[in-house]
Design a protein. Structure first.
Length: 431
């Protein structure tokens, strides 16, 4: 349930005149720094996606992408970007040699009467470390102490900490300084970046997946894998081991322009999910609605060029898991485009037109213990070579010994991380 937005008199970005009609807000075109946190291995794909959404100065980093955007762009990224876990809007960047510097830097980091009055709840998360601040939990606690001490000094009262649904989600990132040589040049000192999390909760949760299998693939990772495959909806897409259907759902949603920042409500209407940024003092309701309307306008029932979506087919052997996949497809509003069938993937019969196969088979870390996984992979390899000539297979592997049983040579290997497991997204051209 969406939490009601609190009005803030400190920043009246929009207002109602005597007629009750919404007046135009002042347009904010000031750019600010943002970090998009993304799955490892998808940095370049995420950078391409964010550039396509008009982000500026986009730079892939390790597990992140740096960019600049304005308020409208920040809203757009939350509604339309498929790959990031979260977007962190930078409030301040300052030298941070020790805990005292962190404490002072946080108190000077922002206009706290505007951002954090005592009736605003908050939470603090921390990542990274420096020589003097090596424990993220302690660093987060120091940020919290700096803020509530500042509030007590100015108002005699303090905000509450809410770990589940705060009004303001703060994130601290610490980076260590360089060695003696860089310090002698005045470079490489330890730095702190204090940011605001625009989403609040992780953006990979699309809202359609109440039902999941035992080892679910995160939605944003699935979207990134589909993007890497190059599938655009014009040729069939099939998953002979579809599990809870995440790869197929993300693929069809992408091809049909379904923005990931929307949930399908019980009445069948698509509505923007709640985001933490809607509680910020500079939230612009009219600008937000413009971006919501623009994102909704992207949704269609065919491909962008007007041609029908090619067949999207999944197979699942376990009836209970198949029922989960069907529920997920229905919750995503994609039942008319995704064809799910019960059956063993080794019995898969492809459509006549060649296309792309995607697959996230068990590889023994979370699923498959006690099963003859090597035989499963060997059988899959035989089926693919016998029935799927001319197709391209993309397979997520967490076990190179098992993929060796396919007896096929990958033409491309993309390192990715799936729930902390080191994996490869492998491409095979089936002859």
């Amino acid at each position: 349930m969406q939490r009601p937005l609190r009005s803030r008199t400190a920043c009246p970005q929009s207002f109602h005149g005597q007629s009750g009609v919404m007046q135009q807000p002042a347009q904010s075109s000031t750019n600010f720094d943002v970090i998009a946190v993304v799955p490892p291995g998808l940095e370049d794909a995420a950078a391409a996606e964010l550039s396509a959404l008009d982000a500026e100065e986009v730079r892939p980093l390790r597990r992140a992408v740096a960019l600049r955007t304005d308020l409208a762009g920040f809203y757009r990224l939350h509604l339309q970007a498929r790959l990031p876990f979260r977007f962190l809007r930078q409030l301040a960047r300052f030298p941070c040699a020790d805990r005292q510097a962190l404490y002072r830097g946080v108190q000077d980091a922002a206009d706290w009467p505007r951002w954090l009055p005592p009736d605003t709840s908050f939470r603090v998360d921390a990542s990274g470390s420096s020589r003097e601040l090596s424990h993220s939990h302690y660093s987060a606690l120091q940020v919290k102490n700096a803020l509530v001490d500042w509030q007590r000094q100015h108002w005699g009262e303090r905000s509450s900490v809410d770990l589940d649904d705060p009004d303001l989600s703060l994130h601290l990132h610490l980076s260590p300084g360089g060695g003696p040589r860089s310090k002698a040049r005045g470079e490489g000192q330890a730095m702190a970046v204090l940011s605001l999390d625009g989403g609040g909760a992780s953006l990979h949760r699309r809202g359609y997946r109440a039902a999941m299998g035992l080892a679910p693939l995160k939605e944003n990772l699935a979207a990134g894998l589909i993007a890497l495959s190059g599938w655009d909806g014009h040729v069939p897409l099939c998953d002979p081991l579809c599990g809870s259907g995440t790869l197929l759902i993300e693929a069809a949603a992408m091809a049909l322009g379904r923005a990931p920042g929307f949930w399908l409500e019980a009445d069948g209407q698509s509505r923007a999910r709640p985001f933490a940024l809607q509680r910020w003092p500079d939230f612009d309701p009219l600008l937000w609605q413009q971006e919501v309307t623009a994102a909704q306008a992207l949704e269609r029932r065919s491909l962008a060029d007007g041609t029908p979506l090619a067949p999207v087919i999944g197979m699942e052997r376990d009836p209970a898991v198949l029922a989960q996949a069907q529920a997920n497809v229905g919750a995503a509003g994609l039942a008319s485009w995704i064809n799910l069938r019960q059956g063993d993937g080794r019995d898969f019969e492809p459509p006549e037109q060649a296309g792309i196969l995607v697959c996230n088979p068990p590889y023994g870390e979370r699923l498959g213990e006690g099963e003859d996984l090597e035989q499963l992979y060997a059988d899959l390899g035989q089926m693919l070579k016998q029935r799927c000539g001319g197709w391209t297979l993309w397979l997520l592997s967490g076990n190179p010994e098992l993929t060796g049983a396919l007896k096929m040579k990958a033409s491309r290997k993309v390192p990715v991380s799936n729930g902390g497991l080191d994996c490869r997204w492998l491409k095979y051209e089936i002859r």
